[in-house]
Structures are given as structure tokens and as C-alpha cells.
Design a protein. Structure first.
Length: 451
């Protein structure tokens, strides 16, 4: 809380400094219908204003006058004394009155504390808002009400693979309004935690994992993949991972990775466990070496909506070097890739499953008795060939939740309680007291017997 107030003090100081700097530079900022009183030590003589339609004045007495704005624009003000000396020479900038905008913001966003100030030809937003969503909405509303020229600014999810193009996230895109400075502070920045389990499962036992893909998910398929929030299945995501880990049999399935990422609302994150393979190719400038990434990767973007719903974009991928189909002559490797992309909306603590990424491998083996097996016709009796087909399915389970920073005083670090010699001797946990320590020494000295 002290840190938050400190930021507000800094922000207010910056605005006051900027305002004083503008006045020192010869600029008076007014809104239409606003007025400002000016006092002079000398007697006012003549007052000159370039365009009375933009700003005008009213003399109160010999040493005081009031300047007020009429219409939007810029004009000049010069004040002379009764002895023809220049008392004031400034430029007046009249902008649209911002009082109605402040009232509109206060009525639509009662939990926000927002100030709207004119600073030259710019409008500065200051104060605090509860969420990032409200910050963006207030900024857009002020820009539209002031009819400022907008420009679209996209948010790009940078791919971890150099051969995959970057993706623009539509729901993270926002408008930038020329002349509107957004200095609003979010009181509590929301963060999203994504816990992911990536498992490779033998498709023949997929239905034994506790979720029947065709029934529990109502056959929601899309291009060989499907996804849907898990409802009414409890900790199904963790059960799948626990089931595979407990079996500990690579023929049935294995957990490839369990990344756990946290990201600020409105931002992106990426994860890669694997390696890079150098690939050389010839250009007009000679040979160029490029590095191709492979392994288990995850790219995500998240945004918390106003009702605490989480909009989430996930791009998981599993890739490996395929030596069978690589170009051996030019030393160019091939890659076996399984990648998916989805955008969904989930509630805090909800999970979803992404599956259907199938892979089939055929393995051929030949065992024979040397020389005899090579004899035509008769040799068939002394050799044995088999063809094994292994069909696996990539199952991805993700759980999203809202997280908040905690104080270091609330963090419990793991610790270990050491056992005494007597506790290990009898297999009993004794409380450590001076009397117990003395009794331990006596009983150990007598070989474990004591009257």
C-alpha cells in the first residue's frame, strides 16, 4: 500500500512539474468555460488578446484580471502596466472541457479514481483503476470522446521455432490514441498460472485413463483434435498424470513434461525443453548456418476478463529429429512435429484436455541363423521377421488459475527434522529434552537395557 501511494505521489509531482514548466515556458492551459485568475504587483494598463473568440478576459481591479476560455484553439495574451512595461506575455491553449468526461468515468467506473488533465495539446489520464481491463476501457472511452485519431497496436505471440510464423492475438490488440497519455495505475495486477501436463499414451489404453473421449466430451472433434473444459470430473487432469507415472511403463505411456508458467494478464510467455540442430544451406553470400529448435515447447497468451474469466491461447508442440527421412547427403535433418493451437475461455481453477494428436510407428525386425538362413527356399525355416506397429496419442491437460503475490513472511520453506540416536535405535520419535538426552546416553551405554 505504501508503494502504491508512493507511485501516486510521484505521478502527481510529475504533473505539477509539467504544469509549472508549461507556465514558465509561456503557456496557459484552459478548458472551454474554464477561468483563471491572475494577480500583478504593478497596476494593469493595457491588455491585448489576439483572438477574443478563443479566449477573453475581465479586469477585476487595478492589479487583478481573469482569463477564461471560449472555444477550442490557441491565442496570445499580453498584459502591459500603466507605464507601458510588459507584465505578462503568454500563449493560451484552450481545449475541450474535461469535467463532463470525468463525471462520465466516475459514473461508469465507481471503483476507479481517475483524473483527466489538459497539458498543452495532450490529455493526461492519472489515478488508479482495479483491473487492466478497466484501464484499457477508460483510455479508449476518453480517446473516442475527444475524437482523437486512433491506431491499432497488435500483440504478437513470438514463436519459439524460427520456421513458424509469429501469431497476432486478436483479443490482446488495443487502440493507441494520438494525444492521450495513459498514466493510469492498476491497483492489483492480475496474473494467470497455467499448469500443463504433456503425456504420450499408447492409444490402445487411452480409454482406461478414466475419461471416455467419445462420451464425456460429447464427441466435440475439430480437425482431428478436440478440447473442452472438464466439468464434474474432479481432478481428472492430475489423475491422468498420476496414472501414467504410477505404471512407469514406456509401452503404455510416459509423462513428457509438466511445465508450470505464470504470466501477467495481457502478456505472453513461452517454454522450451529440448535443443537446437545446426542446419547449413547455400546462399549467394556463401554457406549460412541456421539453428532449428526441437523438443517440448509451449507458447501461451492470457488475459483476465472483467468477470475473472480467463481468455487463453495455447500452442503446445512436441518435436524430435527424424533421422530416417533426413537428407544424409547434404546433412539436413528432418523433424517429426506434433503441434496444436487453441483459444478458449475458462474460469479460475478449471481444466481442459487437448488430445487426438496421433502418431504411428512401424518397426520391422529380422532374426536369422547366419549363412543357413540365406539359402533359397530352405533358409526361410531358419529366419523370423516381425512387423510391430506402435500407435501413440499425445494428451495435453491444462489447469488455469488466478494467482496473487504473497508476502515473504507467509512463505514456508521446506525443512528437515533430524532424529536422535535413540529414536533410530527403537524406531520411536522421542521429544528432545535434557532429561531425554541423558536417558538416551544411559540406555545406550548399557547396551539397550535400563532398570
Amino acid at each position: 500500500m505504501l508503494n502504491f501511494r508512493f507511485h501516486n505521489i510521484i505521478f502527481t509531482t510529475i504533473l505539477l512539474t509539467a504544469s509549472l514548466t508549461a507556465q514558465a515556458a509561456g503557456i496557459i492551459n484552459l478548458g472551454t468555460g474554464d477561468a483563471r485568475s491572475m494577480h500583478f504587483d504593478s497596476t494593469i494598463g493595457t491588455i491585448f488578446i489576439a483572438d477574443p473568440e478563443i479566449a477573453d478576459y475581465q479586469v477585476i481591479d487595478n492589479n487583478r484580471l481573469v482569463v477564461f476560455g471560449r472555444n477550442i484553439g490557441t491565442t496570445s495574451l499580453i498584459v502591459f502596466s500603466d507605464k507601458s512595461t510588459t507584465l505578462l506575455e503568454k500563449r493560451i491553449v484552450v481545449n475541450k472541457s474535461l469535467i463532463s468526461i470525468e463525471q462520465m468515468i466516475a459514473s461508469q467506473y465507481p471503483n476507479a479514481s481517475v483524473s483527466v488533465l489538459n497539458l498543452g495539446d495532450r490529455v493526461v489520464l492519472g489515478g488508479t483503476v482495479p483491473t487492466q481491463k478497466e484501464k484499457d476501457e477508460i483510455y479508449a472511452m476518453v480517446g473516442e470522446l475527444l475524437t482523437k485519431a486512433p491506431s491499432e497496436k497488435a500483440k504478437t505471440l513470438v514463436s519459439i521455432n524460427t520456421d513458424t510464423p509469429d501469431i497476432e492475438i486478436d483479443y490482446l490488440a488495443h487502440k493507441v490514441y494520438h494525444g492521450v497519455v495513459n498514466n493510469l495505475e492498476v491497483t492489483v495486477t492480475k496474473q494467470v498460472n497455467v499448469k500443463l501436463t504433456i503425456a504420450e499414451v499408447n492409444s490402445s489404453i487411452v480409454n482406461e485413463l478414466g475419461i471416455q473421449w467419445g462420451t464425456a466430451f460429447e464427441n466435440v472433434f475439430n480437425n482431428g483434435q478436440f478440447f473442452r473444459a472438464i466439468t464434474g470430473l474432479g481432478d481428472a487432469g492430475s489423475n491422468i498424470a498420476s496414472y501414467i507415472s504410477a505404471i512407469n511403463d514406456d509401452r503404455i505411456g510416459q509423462v513428457l513434461s509438466e511445465p508450470n508458467l505464470s504470466v501477467i494478464s495481457g502478456e505472453t510467455a513461452s517454454f522450451l525443453v529440448g535443443g537446437e540442430v545446426p542446419v547449413s544451406y547455400l546462399t549467394s553470400d556463401g554457406y549460412v548456418i541456421d539453428y532449428k529448435s526441437f523438443g517440448i515447447g509451449l507458447e501461451l497468451a492470457a488475459e483476465v476478463q472483467r468477470d475473472d474469466k480467463i481468455m487463453l491461447t495455447l500452442i503446445p508442440s512436441v518435436s524430435s529429429v527424424d533421422e530416417q527421412f533426413g537428407e544424409t547427403a547434404l546433412d539436413i535433418p528432418a523433424f517429426r512435429v506434433r503441434r496444436a493451437q487453441t483459444t478458449i475461455e475458462l474460469g479460475d481453477g478449471e481444466s481442459f484436455v487437448l488430445a487426438g494428436l496421433l502418431s504411428t510407428e512401424d518397426q520391422e525386425s529380422l532374426s536369422k541363423i547366419p549363412f543357413i538362413a540365406d539359402v533359397p527356399i530352405l533358409g526361410a525355416m531358419f529366419r523370423h521377421s516381425t512387423t510391430t506397429r506402435r500407435k501413440t496419442e499425445l494428451v495435453i491437460v491444462a489447469t488455469v488459475s488466478l494467482v496473487a503475490p504473497i508476502s515473504s513472511a507467509n512463505i514456508t520453506l521446506p525443512s528437515m527434522k533430524s532424529t536422535s540416536t535413540l529414536s533410530r535405535f527403537f524406531g520411536i520419535d522421542f521429544e528432545s529434552t535434557p532429561d531425554t538426552a541423558k536417558w538416551q546416553e544411559e540406555i545406550l551405554a548399557t547396551g539397550g537395557f535400563k532398570k
